[in-house]
Ligand binder design. Structure first.
Ligand SMILES: O=P(O)(O)OP(=O)(O)OP(=O)(O)OC[C@H]1O[C@@H](n2cnc3c(O)ncnc32)[C@H](O)[C@@H]1O
Length: 491
């Protein structure tokens, strides 16, 4: 004879089975309903048509979060081979052709089902600003050619245009602060220092600046519920290549047949053409009236003398405001930390000076040593470095040092507030990301609403509540529970 278990009645078994099914169904629905979708991405492409070269950046963000909350990241960068589009003024078609290899690259990196909806922008900076000043019809032809080429791509081409210096500075600032998560979290922002080939930008927030003293340097933003009064200025012709032209123009004012340049290493020698040197609008007005066709450019490598040459391209005396950086341009008091990118990074990286805890005096000494190194020794020390760059590091380092200290007024105390950076969390520092975020409305003016609980927390709460309900349900059926009799039932 078997003893009968009082729980093994059909009713309790049915209740238990229904209860378990109900819990499983409830949790399954909660999980499926609220689970983040399998990551699917959307894309945006920006071409940075700079004075020295063009680069293409592909950005991606989670598709279900393009209501302003998803993180935008750079997934790919392609360097267009050849020079910047402004160098194709005499043969604009080639400017369009030059972009084709990177556009084919983009077709591989962006999934084909996303091609048609992916916005594609081309922004040109100081190289095209200068070409536009020199010959606006030629600049139009270059834009026509690159636009025709980009229209043939499968992406949604949104146009090619010149960014103003103010936009370039402001979008660089947005990029740096977006990537550092400072905007969304409303943290103290970082200033942005960008050194290109033809222009340089400085952008930062200063409590002493509300735009009233120099409105042309003022950009107002409202991002994630916070207001920002940004100071920004772009110095056209003060990118590193045009600054070098101005330094050479200063040394060839009398039209000599040769110059001995303290900004180039001893042993460096090259024959240069006067008309090529003076073809840029940054120096064209100063071309000596009588000069031979060419001059011999040799180096003597002296940092202190080089600094004097570099200082000659700045005007430190004129200022109609309460305070200025240089050339009569207003600059409020420096404040906070700074990210310095593009040529700032390339040059300081070569000099092993990206660590700004090194005292300013030591930076000066390192530059003095670099400039004093004979050019042959330098070439032997750095066989991997392109000669075009190696030639110019003494000038470039001295220029950066002078621009930061004498131009922007960084001191031995504030110099350590600068961080020389190339990338932040995998994305390049530069104006392109800020430009795309702006054009795609990816940064909201107001802070987006956040869900009460994260997904995992939500599922846990649902599960616990379901279990409690189930236990209560079982308890409420107590009257139906089989009674345990004292006597064992004999079956
Ligand atoms: O913004 P604009 O002024 O139009 O210029 P760009 O867009 O061409 O400027 P980049 O930031 O690409 O480069 C800035 C400069 O750095 C130079 N550069 C690039 N790589 C370098 C390296 O490894 N060492 C030294 N200089 C480098 C380049 O030739 C430019 O003169």
């Amino acid at each position: 004879m078997k003893e009968r278990n009082p729980w093994h009645t059909p009713l309790t078994i049915i209740i238990a089975v229904i209860g378990v099914i109900a819990i499983v169904a409830l949790v399954t629905i909660a999980v499926l309903q609220n689970k983040p979708l399998i990551p699917k991405y959307k894309y945006g492409i920006v071409l940075d048509a700079g004075s020295s070269h063009t680069a293409m950046y592909i950005y991606e963000w989670p598709a279900e979060k393009d209501n302003n909350t998803g993180r935008v990241e750079q997934t790919h960068c392609c360097k267009v081979s050849g020079s910047g589009i402004s160098d194709y003024a005499s043969d604009p078609k080639l400017a369009g052709e030059s972009l084709k290899a990177c556009m084919r690259d983009a077709e591989r990196f962006v999934p084909s089902e996303r091609h048609e909806e992916t916005p594609l922008y081309l922004g040109a900076t100081a190289g095209m600003r200068l070409l536009n000043i020199k010959d606006s019809a030629a600049s139009d032809r270059v834009f026509q050619a690159v636009s025709e080429s980009l229209q043939k791509s499968p992406f949604s081409f949104q146009g090619a245009r010149i960014l103003s210096g103010q936009e370039e500075g402001a979008f660089g600032w947005v990029t740096v602060n977006y990537l550092d998560d400072r905007l969304e979290q409303g943290l103290e922002t970082t200033g942005a220092l960008d050194l290109g080939g033809a222009s340089t930008q400085i952008s930062f927030i200063s409590d002493s600046f509300d735009g009233s003293e120099s409105p042309s340097n003022y950009v107002a933003f409202r991002l994630y519920g916070n207001d920002y009064n940004l100071y920004t200025h772009s110095f056209l012709c003060y990118g590193k290549d045009q600054a070098l032209r101005m330094a050479l123009a200063h040394q060839t004012q009398s039209g000599p047949g040769s110059i001995v340049d303290p900004c180039f290493n001893n042993g460096y020698s090259a024959v240069k053409n006067y008309s090529v040197l003076y073809e840029s609008p940054c120096v064209s007005g100063r071309k000596p009236s009588s000069a031979p066709q060419t001059f011999t450019h040799t180096g003597k490598g002296n940092f202190y003398e080089c600094q004097e040459v570099v200082k000659s391209i700045f005007n430190f005396t004129e200022c109609k405001y309460s305070q200025c950086s240089f050339n009569g341009i207003f600059q409020p008091t420096l404040q906070g930390t700074y990210g310095a990118f593009s040529a700032y990074y390339f040059v300081m990286k070569f000099l092993n000076l990206t660590d700004t805890s090194v005292p300013l005096q030591s930076v000066k000494e390192a530059l003095a040593r670099l400039c004093a190194t004979p050019f042959d020794t330098l070439k032997k020390q750095h066989p991997e470095v392109k000669l075009k760059f190696l030639n110019e590091y003494c000038f470039s380092g001295t220029y950066i040092f002078t621009l930061l200290t004498e131009g922007y007024n960084f001191t031995s105390r504030t110099f350590s507030d600068i961080k020389f950076i190339k990338k932040i969390k995998g994305s390049d520092a530069g104006w392109t990301l800020g430009y795309m975020l702006n054009l795609t409305n990816m940064i909201p003016a107001e802070a987006p609403d956040t869900p009460l609980l994260p997904h995992a927390g939500y599922v846990s709460v649902i599960t616990v509540i379901a279990l409690v309900l189930f236990v209560l349900f079982i308890l409420s059926l107590r009257p139906l529970w089989p009674r345990c009799s004292q006597k064992p039932q004999i079956v």
